[in-house]
Design a protein around this ligand. Structure first.
Ligand code: FAD
Length: 561
């Protein structure tokens, strides 16, 4: 649509691309052993779009005319496919509901503004009609941040920001770029790279998510150890919001200039970060940008167990070392990574076999072995120095250097891994992720208790399942733990066992000193844990903010709290 590309309506990524395991000989045996799934059986493909019952558009003529005046006729779309694409994000719950033909409430229209004045005009039209406005970036969230409320009787308008995708200004002296909120990751990096700069924000969903979406969900990218989370990267922004007067609702623009820091009371910037469309529509963001580095390398190490891997990551982040990324998988995720490797041949195979034999001779239990990636970026001399500092720390925890190969593989594969979820859904396995951040002093306990809670939930549900974890995104006092889990359920029972495991994992985060989410946001999926996360009084403050700004609950209602 107008050069705005969307993902498959039923799954992750672009049409024609999917996960295949034929070239990965260890994958099918691994899945069979861990969850009893036989991959030689054909999967059930997602239904065709004509098998889906799409509720009719309830767009009133008056609102349709006002929207057309705001953005032009051709930028107001009421086709079923577009409305369905804009209904959900890409959580496993979203995908299952689509596959099971469970569309309760779908936006009545999708509008594509071309600039901020059009965003304002659309918002005014929506408020005048007492309708609902839901901003849409790339549609990649997995927290239920987009869907209209079931039973919403007012008209619902999805505002797709995809036409607003340009880098507007680059201040090379300050290292700041002003970028329109609808720019997808590749589009904005390409515009910056052309001039020798980078944002450095690379979430795994990079190819299909936008700057505005990142800000609205408080996203974090794999290189956050160097560049920071989007909350750190965002310096200024503009957001079209609602105002109230005796003449009824109006619109205005919040303008936050790009300041290195400020002490002007509670931070309005922080209020908007993570607001998931409840306070308005972010139209542009001014972000920290950096010159492209001379060198970038991601190296791999093995550790005898996760405990030592965790300690090494902690030591690195609390030392004077500056790394790009420090990530360590537990033994379960390490085994999974090995299972997704392509067949090794010749010298490569001999080297790997030799390395494993050497580790066994050293007394390692290979089933407990963990793989870590540590990345470096900057001038050649900086990278060389940082590598030598890391080498000393890693050595203290018996880390064994594995070289560049696995890091290169990880870099190449990271944006493809999400396709695996649809492949598994075709075969009756529901796979998802939950992630948290927790102080280092509680990290191992949270890890152990969360694995136990998930496995107990699988046993209680009576289904086979698997859970694995990695540490990434390090801070002074703690880090993010990222859990991936899958359960095998009968198609007609799908999400029952999944819900039990998801609830157990989320509750374990809170009970063990972690947050309900480090970077996926709250949406409707995580809002049941909000009071426990920020306390009832804290949650009440957020409610009051939303109610004060949007008393009519016209802006993406029901998300966050
Ligand atoms: P959308 O999904 O379109 O919207 C998300 C929320 O933001 C909605 O509430 C929407 O209304 C609001 N919104 C969007 N644009 C605006 C705007 N301009 N103004 C106001 N509100 C707006 N997240 C990470 O942080 N790191 C990861 O590594 C990561 N990996 C992922 C991998 C996969 C496979 C998937 C499916 C998701 C992943 N995510 C990750 C989650 C997701 O990509 C992020 O939440 C992302 O920030 C959402 O951006 P989006 O543009 O797709 O927003």
């Amino acid at each position: 649509m107008f050069g705005v590309k969307h993902m498959k309506w039923w799954g992750w990524g672009v049409e024609g691309v999917g996960f295949h395991h034929e070239d990965k000989p260890r994958f099918a045996p691994f899945v069979k052993e861990k969850v009893g799934l036989d991959l030689s059986e054909p999967g059930t493909a997602a239904p065709g779009f004509d098998e889906i019952d799409v509720p009719e558009s309830l767009l009133p003529d008056e609102l349709a005319a006002a929207l057309a005046r705001a953005v032009g006729d051709k930028h107001v779309i009421t086709e079923d496919l577009d409305r369905v694409v804009h209904t959900f994000g890409k959580s496993v719950r979203d995908l299952v509901r689509l596959r099971r033909n469970q569309l309760k409430r779908v936006p009545d229209a999708v509008v594509y503004p071309g600039d901020e004045s059009q965003v304002s005009a659309v918002m005014q039209a929506v408020l005048d009609a007492d309708a609902v406005l839901i901003p849409f970036g790339g549609g990649s969230n997995i927290a239920g941040s987009l869907e209209p409320l079931t039973g919403e009787t007012r008209p619902v308008v999805s505002m797709d920001m995809g036409r607003m995708n340009r880098v507007l200004d680059l201040d090379t002296e300050a290292g700041l770029a002003r970028i329109q909120a609808g720019a997808l990751g590749p589009a904005l990096e390409e515009q910056l790279n052309r001039r020798g700069w980078t944002l450095g924000h690379f979430p795994d969903s990079f190819t299909h998510s936008t700057l505005g979406g990142w800000v609205a969900t408080r996203s974090s990218g794999m290189q956050s150890d160097k560049y920071g989370d989007i909350a750190d990267i965002t310096r200024g922004l503009r957001m079209v919001t609602r105002t109230e007067s005796e003449n009824g609702p109006g619109v205005d623009t919040v303008v936050l200039r790009p300041l290195p820091s400020t002490s002007t009371g509670p931070s309005v910037r922080e209020m908007i970060l993570g607001s998931e469309g409840r306070l308005g529509v972010i139209t542009e963001v001014t972000v920290n940008v950096h010159q492209l580095p001379e060198e970038r390398v991601v190296l791999a190490w093995f550790f005898p167990d996760f405990e030592r891997g965790l300690k090494a990551m902690q030591d690195i982040s609390q030392s004077e070392v500056n790394v790009l990324v420090a990530r360590c998988s537990d033994h379960r995720e390490t085994a999974f990574s090995f299972a997704t490797q392509k067949k090794q041949k010749g010298v490569k195979k001999l080297v790997t076999d030799g390395l494993f034999k050497m580790l066994e001779r050293r007394g390692w239990d290979l089933d407990k072995m963990c793989m870590a990636f540590i990345g470096f970026e900057g001038s050649k001399s900086h990278v060389t120095h940082q590598k030598s500092l890391v080498k000393d720390i890693v050595g203290k925890y018996d880390g064994v250097f594995v070289g560049k190969g696995p890091g290169q593989m990880y870099d190449q594969k990271k944006f493809d891994t999400p396709y695996l979820r649809d492949f598994l859904l075709d075969r009756g396995a529901t796979a998802d992720v939950s992630e948290t951040a927790v102080p280092y002093s509680q990290i191992k306990e949270l890890y152990d208790n969360t694995i136990t809670a998930a496995e107990e939930a699988m046993t209680e549900a009576g289904v086979p399942g698997y859970i694995m974890c990695h540490l990434s995104h390090n801070y002074h006092s703690g880090a993010c733990l990222y859990f991936t889990f899958a359960v095998v359920e009968k198609p007609e029972e799908q999400l029952q066992a999944y819900d039990m495991v998801k609830r157990a994992v989320q509750q374990s985060f809170i009970d063990n000193g972690g947050t309900l989410s480090h970077h996926h946001g709250v949406g409707m999926e995580h809002s049941p844990w909000m009071e426990q996360d920020v306390s009832p009084a804290g949650s009440g403050m957020i409610d009051s903010l939303f109610d004060a700004v949007d008393p009519g609950k016209n802006l993406n209602p029901g998300k966050v709290t």
